[in-house]
Design a binder for this molecule. Structure first.
Ligand SMILES: NC(=O)c1ccc[n+]([C@@H]2O[C@H](COP(=O)([O-])OP(=O)(O)OC[C@H]3O[C@@H](n4cnc5c(N)ncnc54)[C@H](O)[C@@H]3O)[C@@H](O)[C@H]2O)c1
Length: 354
């Protein structure tokens, strides 16, 4: 006998700290309402857990995520009671590095012209994706201080770029463009100054791009890119860049779509358990006030279930979010009057009915 019931996708949920807990609760409600065949298992890795027993992530934590789950859904990590932020670093950077989630994917889509700080911009003018290298660059913690605390101090922070790391994230960007019907991939760097590290990016881009002849490959220095993202964002479709520049330009990009509360992201290694998180942090001053915008987390949920092959359910959630924005069933940071919970309930009702 064949079972008509599709196997449910298993999602590990790490709400984390501050507003992370609130926006994850909101996104879980919407995913459940969409009817997507998924199960959730909660993990309490957070500042609370760290302060209670010193655990950031248990010894077998990463292996368990890879072995037992199809995806990981994270809220945000960061708490003023842990000034070193050690738990956030070990959990978030730990997942990115130890699970080798090398492509950080950040779709930048304007849902309503009123949300964009630029003049005379239509939603279709802001619709691109940034693919940020996620496991190398200036984030490898390689470096040191010499003669620390003296007037002669020297501080060195190494920018690590490997041929393998650069090539695979570029291929990911071109494959992403193909899969999503995009026609342009732009690589951004600072190769005029960082001649060794970004010279490698230049050479590899020139090798990889011809393998995708239907996609227009181009290059822009990152300073010019920042200017162009504000002057004429519609020229961009897919942007690929290193870890540090990706971190910076995606905050600028988030502002174009209405702020950090609207921005979604995935940390992906094709074929392996990947991790999805809203772009924003734990926003301690907002926590516990039912004021956090849940849309970044809800859009991240849609991205995650689409990644798991549940496109029709993701489509329902995206349509419900768009309708919420159009009807202003949203939080104050994006011009609405609802709290986190009520906005999420409204989106969940739509996603259930859509
Ligand atoms: N991925 C992550 O978990 C992540 C990312 C960034 C910062 N952090 C951590 O979060 C803590 C706070 O950092 P921060 O203040 O620099 O960044 P943040 O993203 O928490 O907040 C920045 C600004 O955006 C606003 N904001 C953020 N998310 C919002 C939402 N959903 N709705 C409405 N407004 C929102 C905040 O009120 C604040 O004004 C720190 O401990 C930091 O290390 C974590």
């Amino acid at each position: 006998m064949f079972s008509a019931v599709a196997e449910k996708k298993r999602i590990a949920v790490v709400p984390g700290d501050g507003i992370g807990k609130e926006v994850i609760a909101a996104a879980l409600e919407v995913m459940k309402a969409s009817g997507a065949p998924i199960t959730f298992t909660h993990f309490d890795w957070s500042a609370d857990r760290y302060l209670k027993d010193g655990t950031t992530i248990p010894a077998d934590g990463f292996a368990k995520l890879e072995r037992d789950f199809d995806a990981v859904f994270v809220g945000a990590l960061g708490d003023p009671r842990v000034p070193s932020n050690i738990h956030a670093k070990e959990i978030l950077l730990g997942m990115r590095f130890r699970m080798d989630l090398y492509a950080n994917v950040r779709p930048v889509k304007l849902l309503d012209a009123a949300l964009c700080p630029l003049k005379s911009v239509e939603p279709s003018d802001v619709d691109f994706t940034v693919i940020r290298e996620n496991t190398e660059g200036l984030y490898c913690d390689v470096g040191g201080n010499f003669k620390q605390g003296t007037a002669d101090e020297i501080a060195v922070q190494e920018d690590v770029n490997t041929r393998k790391g650069v090539e695979r994230v570029m291929r990911y960007a071109f494959d992403y463009a193909r899969k999503h019907g995009r026609k342009k991939v732009l690589m951004t760097d600072k190769s005029n100054v960082m001649t060794f590290a970004h010279g490698l990016w230049q050479r590899v881009f020139k090798l990889v791009a011809p393998e995708y002849p239907e996609i227009q490959a181009s290059h822009m220095y990152v300073d010019t890119l920042c200017m162009q993202m504000v002057r004429e964002p519609r020229q961009f479709e897919v942007i690929v860049t290193n870890n540090m520049f990706g971190d910076i330009i995606t905050d600028l990009a988030a502002a174009l779509q209405g702020g950090l509360g609207m921005a979604a992201s995935g940390n992906i290694h094709p074929g392996k358990t990947s991790m999805f998180e809203p772009v924003h942090g734990s926003a301690p001053p907002l926590a516990g006030k039912d004021a956090a915008n849940p849309i970044g987390a809800i859009s991240t949920a849609a991205m995650m279930i689409a990644h798991l092959g549940l496109d029709s359910f993701a489509g329902k959630i995206e349509a419900a979010v768009l309708e919420a924005v159009r009807q202003k069933k949203i939080t104050a940071d994006v011009g609405g009057t609802l709290g986190t919970r009520r906005s999420a309930e409204w989106i969940a009702e739509r996603a259930a009915g859509a």
